[in-house]
Design a protein around this ligand. Structure first.
Ligand code: SAM
Ligand code: SF4
Length: 330
């Protein structure tokens, strides 16, 4: 059964934030200090997450991505992946990580059913890496990516949030990765999530058209659209490259038209749109012992409630996000 929303978009993708804890402190993700983490009783247990995932699949979800916070810091994540990968009807199970623990965990994750992975990597310079994430651990992340490739994960997607005055000058180096490796390098626009000062965001924000133009100038290469575009990412290949390039422009208009996803927050709320604080409390139903079909209905309701677009240019973004990125999962 297909899950179709009010605007005729096919909703087949669920992002699950399994924790709001993280072993990095990326300044753009946690721009304000003193935030309290959710207590253990507030976040969904793995059993609860499994039940919600089964309901999601019975409602028409075919792809699940595990995210966070940093998903690899939650104890038992490998076993959880194994349980998820056994859900009948789930076609794709992926994970987004900062890569810090990937070297140690890639083999067991692969064995538990994670065959593809996204790793956030905003810079290839160690000092910058420390400035962005708060930790001087770039080499660990690079070793994690290498290990993921060695154990057979494919594709490996590298996510770079492009920011003026922070890492804009590294675009060429990032593009060059696709000539050496079959990775997908994806450029993401900086989002003004909860806690961002509007002017500060504006000073760092780079529209991806500018990034695309710059890539078009590198070695005068022609950018060609690839065939298999899917979801809000625009996909391109460069002649002679082994990998591909993706552009994710959440502030751009096309983003919403191609949006195929729902999000489950770490504390058990189903969020139809990243940019809207309208959520459905699925945790309460779960803890009241709701049947699978009742939970599947919540996914159908969420699809109906999914707005047509975010109109970010027209609204007060900080108020509408309503929670930090780590709890939503990006
Ligand atoms: N910890 C994992 C990681 O960093 O990949 C998963 C969670 S993180 C919230 C998911 C994605 O959200 C990352 O790729 C991160 O770069 C992105 N992200 C966080 N805050 C953002 C912001 N303000 N603008 C754009 N992307 C952001
Ligand atoms: Fe942690 Fe990922 Fe947010 Fe960075 S982007 S602070 S790694 S959750």
């Amino acid at each position: 059964m297909k899950l179709i929303d009010t605007y005729n978009r096919h909703i087949d993708y669920l992002r699950i934030s399994i924790t709001d804890h993280c072993n990095f402190r990326c300044f753009y993700c946690t721009p304000f200090s003193g935030r309290n983490h959710l207590s253990k009783s507030k976040i969904l247990s793995y059993e609860e997450l499994l039940k919600v995932s089964e309901a999601a699949v019975s409602a028409g979800i075919t792809k699940i991505r595990i995210t966070g916070g940093e998903p690899l810091v939650r104890k038992g994540v490998v076993e959880f992946c194994r349980m998820l990968s056994n859900i009948k009807g789930l076609r794709s199970l992926t994970l987004t990580t900062n890569g810090l623990l990937l070297k140690e965990m890639a083999a067991s994750l692969f064995e538990a059913g994670i065959r593809r992975i996204n790793v956030s990597l905003d810079t290839l310079k160690p000092e910058r890496f420390q400035k962005i994430t708060g930790y001087n651990l770039l080499s660990n992340v690079l070793a994690g990516i290498k290990k993921a490739e060695e154990v057979g994960m494919h594709p490996i997607k590298i996510n770079m949030v492009v920011m003026r005055g922070i890492n804009y000058d590294e675009i060429e180096e990032m593009v060059n990765i696709t000539f050496k490796k079959p990775y997908h390098v994806r450029f993401i626009e900086l989002m003004p999530t909860e806690g961002w000062d509007f002017e500060h965001h504006k000073s760092l924000f780079i529209p991806l058209e500018e990034v695309m133009k710059r890539i078009g100038e590198i070695g005068k290469i022609q950018i060609e659209p690839a065939k298999n575009s899917n979801g809000p990412a625009k996909i391109y290949v460069l002649p002679g490259a082994k990998g591909i390039l993706g552009f994710i422009s959440p502030l751009g208009r096309h983003f919403c038209g191609a949006c195929n996803r729902l999000r489950l927050t770490a504390d058990g709320n189903l969020r139809p749109c990243l940019f809207s604080k309208n959520e459905i409390d699925i945790k309460r139903l779960l803890r009241d012992g709701a049947a699978l079909e009742t939970l599947a209905d919540v996914f159908r309701q969420a699809a109906i409630k999914k707005p047509q677009g975010h109109n970010l240019d027209k609204i007060d973004v900080q108020r509408t996000f309503g929670r930090a990125m780590q709890g939503i999962g990006g």
